[in-house]
Design a binder for this molecule. Sequence first.
Ligand code: MN3
Length: 199
Amino acid sequence: MALELPALPYAYDALGPYMSKETLEFHHDKHHQAYVTNGNNLLKDSPLASKSIEEICKIAYAEKNAGLVNNVGQHYNHIHFWNWMKPNGGGKKIPGKLEKAIESDLGGYDKFRTDFVQAGVTQFGSGWAWLSVKDGKLAISKTPNGENPLMHGATPILGVDVWEHSYYIDYRNLRPKYLEAFVDNLINWDHVAELYAKA
Ligand code: MN3
């Protein structure tokens, strides 16, 4: 089945002032669309074309297929990224079970916030910072380019894009400010909790 660009789950101007309409128009309509187009071209006549996006991510990484890792990986990452944000999100309003796990596995919300932002700040060049479930526990990590935790034996439940296209229009070079705004004002914790329950 062909990869398809999903519509944003909110209006282009819904995440202001933390993420602008202009950023979302470029990021969703141009960047995500390019991953979909490139991914479909790479999957044409490939035996992987019939697999799920998750399976393609894992197999492409195992087979060191950099084109598919980056383009199908980025398609997967962005489908979720749009849903990991919502207007008036972020902060400490975290559903109970997930809040408890953040407490026991990560040392509490404040430490999660520091460590998650730090993972994004220290990802050299393009990539992502993640909150995943690995071996039954929450873990924070970072990956380069289009890679994601699926390729490293974990289930991502939250990720933030630290490619410059994600923040340069709104924050210029201030990646830490963008990451703090994401955590404090944008995270859709209900969606993260749903993924945590399924992981
Ligand atoms: Mn991006």
